[in-house]
Design a protein around this ligand. Structure first.
Ligand code: NAD
Length: 346
């Protein structure tokens, strides 16, 4: 018998994406349905597929759909290097002021990695500092260039608060704020000052700060000392990949971009054009992003079921894609089916 909760219908914008995107997005849709969550998918294009169809990498219909539904699941998008349109991912962050980039890095048995039992979460500020696009050559001869990184009190406050609220909600014990305030005394100093102020409101969570270079070393030597990490845009970009590396790379890494109104969930990896259309892409990063999305939508039980089903399939190592087991592997569809079969057993 269905409970009221199971009957809830969520409307979500789906951007299947480029390259391997459509195949892993289809896998994620099937997994969500198997977990008993009803989703009406409002499917729209972005990236190269949108340029082909609408001559626009981010068509108005796609923006309107996300604005209306407030939640989106996005496959990876191809960004041309050097020429062509600017990153649609960056454009989406700007359009919806998605100031939180949340990246969990959790060990899974069955994935080759240097450490086990890692359970880290990185909160990266997603809109300010060196990624705001305030940059230019200082003269026509391109003899020098500058990028201006602006850090604001309000921008710092909202990312640090989001990290603490997450820690409180999920019973996390420790928060580490990462900065370079010893050298960048104003931008780094402001971020650290705000972090210390916000931390006072969460006395139950242990709080410390680390200078980014030391943090990089500490993470590779003893990552178990950390729990939740909050930092500015550039450091967050680098450290979140480092943390993914600690648990075996990007193959199983999900991410979320969250603003006050809208949240967008995606795999961390790109569109992998080299393997597109071959049914060999690992669908699990996007499936785990879908699990994060369900948590956000107030479906924590289904979210947990999906996470556990992926962990079981990866641990068993029998129905996994080539990136996880090069000797003995199955395709994208078969791995997704194995996840679905685990969900049905639970
Ligand atoms: P990539 O992540 O697409 O691929 C890097 C390597 O990892 C490739 O060898 C690829 O085959 C492999 N790989 C990636 N995902 C995989 C999966 N699910 N299963 C198995 N193997 C996988 O990075 P790239 O080649 O640098 O970028 C390709 C395109 O993706 C570029 O246009 C880039 O701009 C874009 N990109 C998009 C996003 C996003 O939309 N969030 C993120 C990163 C890169």
């Amino acid at each position: 018998m269905c409970t009221d909760k199971e009957k809830r219908l969520h409307t979500v914008t789906l951007i299947p994406g480029d390259g391997i995107g459509p195949s892993i997005a289809a896998a994620a849709q099937k997994v969500i349905a198997a977990a008993g969550v009803q989703v009406e998918w409002d499917v729209h294009v972005a990236g190269t597929s949108a340029v082909d169809q609408f001559k626009d990498p981010l068509p108005t219909q796609t923006i309107d759909s996300i604005a209306k539904n407030k939640v989106a699941l996005k496959g990876p998008l191809t960004t041309p290097i050097g020429t062509g349109f600017r990153s649609v991912n960056v454009a989406l962050r700007k359009e919806f002021d998605l100031f939180v980039n949340l990246r969990p890095a959790k060990s899974m048995i069955g994935v080759k990695s240097r450490f086990s039992d890692i359970d880290l979460v990185v909160f990266r500020e997603n809109t300010e500092e060196f990624y705001a696009g305030i940059e230019h050559y200082i003269d026509a001869r391109k003899s020098a260039a500058e990028t201006i990184g602006v850090v604001t009190r309000s921008g710092s406050e909202r990312i640090v608060r989001a990290a603490f609220e997450f820690a409180r909600k999920y019973g996390r014990k420790k928060m580490t704020i990462v900065h370079k305030a010893n050298i960048m005394k104003y931008t780094g100093g402001l971020f650290l000052d705000v972090g210390r102020e916000v931390a006072k409101k969460y006395p139950e969570i242990e709080f410390n700060d680390k200078i980014v270079d030391n943090m990089a070393m500490q993470l590779v030597m003893n990552p178990h000392q950390f729990d939740v990490i909050v930092t500015t845009n550039l450091f967050g970009d680098i450290l979140s990949d480092l943390c993914s590396g600690l648990v075996g790379g990007l193959g199983l890494a999900p991410g979320a971009n969250i603003g006050a109104e809208v949240a967008l969930f995606e795999a961390v990896h790109g569109s992998a054009p080299d393997i597109a259309g071959k049914d060999i892409a690992n669908p699990c990063a996007l499936i785990l992003a879908a699990s994060m999305m369900l948590d956000h939508l107030g479906e924590p039980e289904a979210a947990k079921k999906i996470h556990e089903a992926v962990a079981t399939v990866v641990r068993n190592g029998k129905y996994v894609t080539k990136d996880l087991n090069p000797e003995n592997y199955v395709g994208t569809t078969a791995m997704a089916e194995a996840v679905i079969s685990e969900i049905r057993k639970s």
